[in-house]
Design a protein around this ligand. Structure first.
Ligand code: ADP
Ligand code: ZN
Ligand code: ZN
Length: 678
């Protein structure tokens, strides 16, 4: 038999090392050296022992046998990287323009030198149990379980599970995971963030006991490794975690359930910039498994693929026939007219007062997405827009000027409102702290707790704040987007959205969608008990369709309208937007670099027959968030026709472009599926 060689990916993230290195296999190790095995190999001129992963076993290589080095040892007896993940690794490399090893590192535990994966499993598991549920499912819930269980038996199926807030989706997830485990299959359940969804996580723990692994970000590395090992060995039946749990080393995959699947936290903000939904779909496609995207407000791009990629199952009623809370829209333009300069409207003030009188609780949401950037007239609601692109112009401090980041249009900062001549026109922004001050002024005796980036830096602060609020230690919970997720507090009878608009006026085509999601989700936090509840939404654009549909809890209506607009304006999902973001310390050098990259890109496009047709436009501009953490940000946005071949060619051209850019990886971010253009 001719000798075998192993193609190895070296565990060093460097573009020049991003290829297979071939090694011979020492006699006696032939049975161990298989794809996915972690090995130690001599590497470089001085043959330093270096870790790598075997990707292929080949009969021959182009190397002369005397030049080839030999694998030193196998580091485990079983593949740390499941061989079935190798195609996903290659797919990620292409999709996300990352290095092979960066994708591998998503799937394997982070092993410090002193830690080895313990292959003998001293099983300290308590008794496994599944606690029977005490609720009987509604017809809609039962129907959903039946349909998805059928797919589970067949081994595949992608579902959009669209259920209004409070419709009992979690109960459906639990039943499904239970069915899967009866069939010897494992389940991954993703939640947007463990610390923000303590109640959901608690329910899985109560029901599944030691069969479930909860992957907190607070786990120590040895705890994390132990979970990883239990999952890898099939001891864990159910994995609950945030986005990175999509890489859990499950072998018998039955289901991947993604709760609140519309959340942007499923998109990684570091290399590789994967989206958990896409990785999950790929996993199911390659290895078999059912994908369930649960949400009251599914992403437009997912709903658009209903019938093509997804089947839709809807739950339209809350459990126990509880009504959806009534939503009152308050027109903030009238407040100014009436002389109320406060950010708390008369209406909201009265409602808060009532809550206090009854000893109930309220949640107040301040939308902080893209804080202080667009220019709004507080008298008439006018927002300065780009006439070409239908997005608001962005305020740029430098030069005191407004710009469109899609097409580069510039405008002077208006001194008075072009519509109504009012002087109440200015760049708009509002912090939680400011709102808390206002509340303290109006309600000096009320106890208010704030949950935002500033108050939740400590490890357990989310939990502490939420627990205290639940116990009734506070009257008002005030916070950013963080508080819009799966909370369930029976005593909350009022939800106020202080500023619905901040999402509507950013230079991002997803504004309508984001605003709809936010209002609909936060509205779902009330009316969850017999006490009922209501919602007050303050806005400068009460007639905006996103606000209107959200106030009627009408996702379907919103979807129809939004998809029409996207089609008319040629935005995704009808086109594809690729973003190249560059950052740097010096604005002048950065802008020069970004502009020359764009020039080069345009040149490459003009030489490529499918891209000449396929690229609709290329825009270069400072990012709307022009400077973050002292670093300047510029971006190139490429709008493409939605076409597989065009996309493929664009990947190739951008790969070429990158290799000719004189900058390091971390300063250029390539994103084919950006969730934000800010
Ligand atoms: P969603 O995730 O759709 O917002 P949840 O799963 O949180 O809804 O369910 C809301 C509440 O209703 C939870 O307290 C849950 O225990 C309860 N619940 C779920 N299903 C039923 C049912 N069939 N009958 C009664 N209560 C239910
Ligand atoms: Zn005006
Ligand atoms: Zn424009």
């Amino acid at each position: 038999m001719s000798p075998l060689y192993a193609g190895v990916i070296i565990d060093k993230p460097h573009p020049l090392l991003d290829r297979l290195f071939h090694y011979s296999i020492p006699a006696g190790l032939e049975d161990y050296i298989k794809p996915g095995i972690r090995v130690s190999v001599p590497f470089g001129a001085n043959n330093k022992p270096t870790t790598g992963y075997v990707f292929e076993i080949n009969q021959d290589t182009s190397f002369p046998p005397d030049k080839i080095k030999q694998i030193k040892e196998a580091l485990e007896t079983y593949p740390l990287l499941l061989p079935k993940f190798i195609p996903i690794v290659y797919w990620m490399k292409k999709e996300y323009h990352c290095l092979t090893i960066e994708a591998v590192r998503c799937f394997v535990p982070n092993l410090s030198k002193s830690m080895a994966v313990n292959a003998d499993s001293s099983n300290d598991h308590e008794m496994e149990f599944i606690k029977e549920s005490d609720v009987s499912l509604t017809n809609e819930q039962q129907n959903a379980v039946n349909l998805m269980e059928q797919a589970l038996i067949e081994g595949s199926g992608n579902f959009i599970f669209e259920g209004v807030t409070g419709s009992g989706k979690t109960e459906v997830y639990i039943r499904l995971a239970q069915r899967a485990s009866e069939k010897e299959k494992q389940t991954i359940i993703l939640v947007p963030e463990i610390s923000l969804t303590p109640q959901t996580v608690e329910r899985f723990k109560n029901r599944f006991g030691s069969m479930v692994s909860i992957l907190h970000s607070r786990l120590s590395s040895s705890e994390r490794l132990k979970h990883w090992h239990n999952i890898r060995m099939g001891l864990t039946k159910i994995v609950v975690g945030a986005r990175s749990a999509v890489f859990a080393p499950i072998n018998q995959l039955g289901l991947i359930i993604i709760d609140e699947a519309h959340e942007d936290s499923y998109k990684s903000d570091q290399r590789p910039r994967y989206h958990a939904i896409d990785v999950a779909r790929k996993r199911c496609e390659i290895g078999g498994g059912v994908l369930v995207l649960g949400s009251a407000t599914p992403r437009i791009e997912d709903s658009f693929l209903e019938g093509k990629l997804y089947r839709r199952i809807a739950i339209t009623q809350r459990v126990e026939q509880r009504p959806m809370p009534p939503v009152k829209i308050v027109d903030m333009r009238e407040e100014i007219t009436k002389g109320n300069r406060s950010i708390i409207s008369k209406h909201l003030y009265m409602a808060l007062k009532q809550v206090l009188a009854k000893g109930e609780q309220a949640i107040l949401l301040i939308n902080r997405r893209g804080y202080a950037q667009f220019v709004l007239c507080r008298s008439c609601g006018f927002v300065v827009m780009c006439q070409n692109c239908h997005v608001s112009l962005t305020y740029h401090q430098e030069g005191n000027i407004l710009k469109c980041h899609y097409c580069g249009l510039k405008k002077a900062y208006p001194a008075v409102c072009p519509e109504c001549k009012s002087k109440y026109i200015k760049n708009f922004g509002l912090g939680t702290q400011k709102v808390q001050e206002e509340l303290n002024k109006f309600f000096p005796d009320a106890k208010t707790v704030r949950m935002d980036m500033d108050t939740t830096t400590k490890k357990d602060s989310h939990q502490t704040i939420l627990d205290a609020f639940k116990k009734g230690e506070y009257d008002f919970l005030l916070g950013t987007q963080m508080i819009a997720k799966g909370l369930d507090f029976p005593n909350v009878t009022l939800v106020g959205v202080v500023t619905a608009d901040t999402s509507l006026n950013l230079p991002d085509y997803r504004n309508g969608e984001k605003t709809f999601q936010l209002v609909a989700q936060v509205a779902g936090r009330t009316g969850r008990s017999v006490k009922g509840g209501k919602v007050i939404v303050q806005t400068y654009q009460p007639e905006h369709y996103a606000v209107e549909f959200a106030s009627r809890h009408d996702y379907r209506g919103f979807f129809q309208k939004e998809i029409e607009i996207r089609k008319t304006l040629n935005y995704p999902p009808f086109t594809h937007i690729v973003r190249i973001l560059m950052t740097g310390e010096q604005n002048i050098t950065l802008s020069a670099l970004c502009n020359s990259a764009a020039q080069l890109l345009k040149q490459k496009i003009s030489q490529n027959s499918s891209l000449i047709e396929g690229v609709l436009n290329v825009g270069v501009c400072p990012a709307p968030l022009e400077k973050i953490n002292g670093k300047y940000r510029w971006q190139i946005l490429i709008r493409l026709k939605r076409d597989e071949q065009v996309l493929d060619q664009c990947h190739a051209v951008i790969d070429e472009l990158c290799s000719s850019l004189p900058v390091t990886e971390e300063r250029v971010i390539i994103d084919f599926y950006p969730v934000s253009l800010l």
